[in-house]
Write a protein that binds this ligand. Structure first.
Ligand code: NCD
Length: 391
């Protein structure tokens, strides 16, 4: 079976741990791997802006001794002439050994994986997932804070359209972390993520009152109300509605920017206080590291850059060893334990259409549309995971 990496659930827990162990070994000798993938060519097809993800994948392939062909400007690719993703993928796949795709529409990577004969890596598909960023995030958490089980991680910002947190929350829950979702205004984690998390065994999703956060807001004179903060706690069943943050050490605050390019008609956002020294002086957060997938716009004060708790530049640097490890697996050079948590296309296909206008099957590939029955029995799109129309 070819080794696609479309969602974080394509790799099971043991595989993720082994991938991080491999990244540890690579990191100790970054320049010593040029004999690993000679003769291999990676196609990087980025139909949406990127700096870190594309350059870290390309650096990774070069450090492994492979070569890279790249199409990084949608305006100079055949997309502007009206070529569909399906056709582009079929062509590039016939040139290369592994394809890394970023696309503005949700579900694009799953479609590409269905069409390509070689492995496909999802480098971000619309507001759906960004699993290789999650590898980098988990790896950073492990390097900086140790084993992920038992950690408390705050997700802070645009949680609806920020695709990185969709992949990350799934992974954190799998490893037994407590996840606290603090959305910017009404930009909460989308239903397809929340319902999935709620179905994970041994977990409970709760709307919570977070006393300490309200206190931080008040102390700063910020007039902000937390809308639907939620905690994903490793204990199912009824539980407290108030999470006593004061009693917990938050190991990391993961900040995301407002995804302005995906906000329809200026809805929501801009309500959370900027992360700065005063924010981190609260007892709950004074030992927290600050993570961000970057690019940062104005969510984190620049004064924090020199603070040792600001881990976002270290996080970006770790993107290379972990992506080198991922490429070694995708290209068949190393094996990882089998047993993905959940295959997205496990369920039986059912009739219907995807209701998400930003899904690849709604926009340009209706003939590929597939719905599957989720664990709760409702139909969802097999590409973007949103609920089906009328479901
Ligand atoms: C993120 C992305 O593209 O989803 N960036 C990244 O890949 N490092 C986050 C963002 O654009 O805000």
């Amino acid at each position: 079976m070819k080794r696609d990496f479309i969602t974080i659930d394509d790799l099971g827990d043991a595989a993720l741990v082994e991938l991080m162990d491999l990244a540890d070994r690579i990191r100790g000798n970054l320049r010593g791997h040029t004999a690993d993938l000679p003769g291999h060519v990676m196609g990087s097809l980025f139909l949406e802006p990127s700096t870190r993800t594309r350059l870290s994948f390309e650096t990774s392939m070069q450090r492994l001794g492979g070569r890279v062909v790249t199409s990084s400007d949608p305006d100079t690719s055949s997309t502007v002439k009206g070529e569909t993703l399906a056709d582009t993928v079929r062509i590039v796949d016939s040139y290369v050994d592994v394809l890394v795709l970023r696309h503005p529409l949700s579900g694009a990577a799953r479609l590409a994986a269905r069409l390509a004969k070689g492995p496909v890596i999802n480098a971000g598909d619309g507001s759906h997932e960004h699993p290789s960023q999650t590898l980098c995030d988990l790896y950073t958490l492990r390097c900086e804070r140790g084993p992920i089980a038992g950690q408390t991680v705050v997700l802070y910002g645009d949680l609806r359209f920020g695709r990185t947190v969709h992949s990350l929350s799934r992974a954190l829950v799998r490893f037994g972390a407590t996840v606290l979702a603090i959305p910017d205004g009404d930009l909460t984690l989308p239903p397809f993520v929340m319902s999935d998390l709620a179905e994970r065994p041994g977990y409970g999703v709760r709307e919570v009152v977070i006393d300490d956060m309200e206190a931080i807001f008040k102390r700063r004179g910020v007039c902000a109300t937390l809308i639907a903060p939620r905690a994903m706690l490793p204990a199912a069943g009824a539980g407290p509605a108030t999470l006593d943050l004061a009693g917990r050490r938050v190991s990391a605050i993961y900040v995301t920017r407002l995804q302005k390019e995906r906000l329809a008609g200026g809805s929501g956002g801009g309500t959370l206080p900027i992360l700065d020294h005063r924010f981190l002086s609260s007892p709950t957060f004074n030992e927290s590291i600050v993570l961000h997938p970057l690019p940062r716009v104005s969510e984190i004060a620049r004064e924090l850059d020199a603070d040792p708790r600001a881990a976002y530049f270290r996080q970006a640097a770790l993107g290379v060893p972990i992506r080198m490890a991922l490429l070694l697996w995708c290209c068949g050079l190393v094996d990882l334990p089998k047993g993905p948590e959940r295959q997205s296309s496990d369920g039986a296909w059912v009739e219907g259409r995807c209701a998400n206008p930003s899904c690849i099957t709604a926009k340009e590939a209706p003939e590929w549309a597939r719905l599957v029955k989720g664990a709760s029995g409702t139909a969802r799109c097999d590409y973007c995971e949103e609920a089906a129309s009328g479901a």
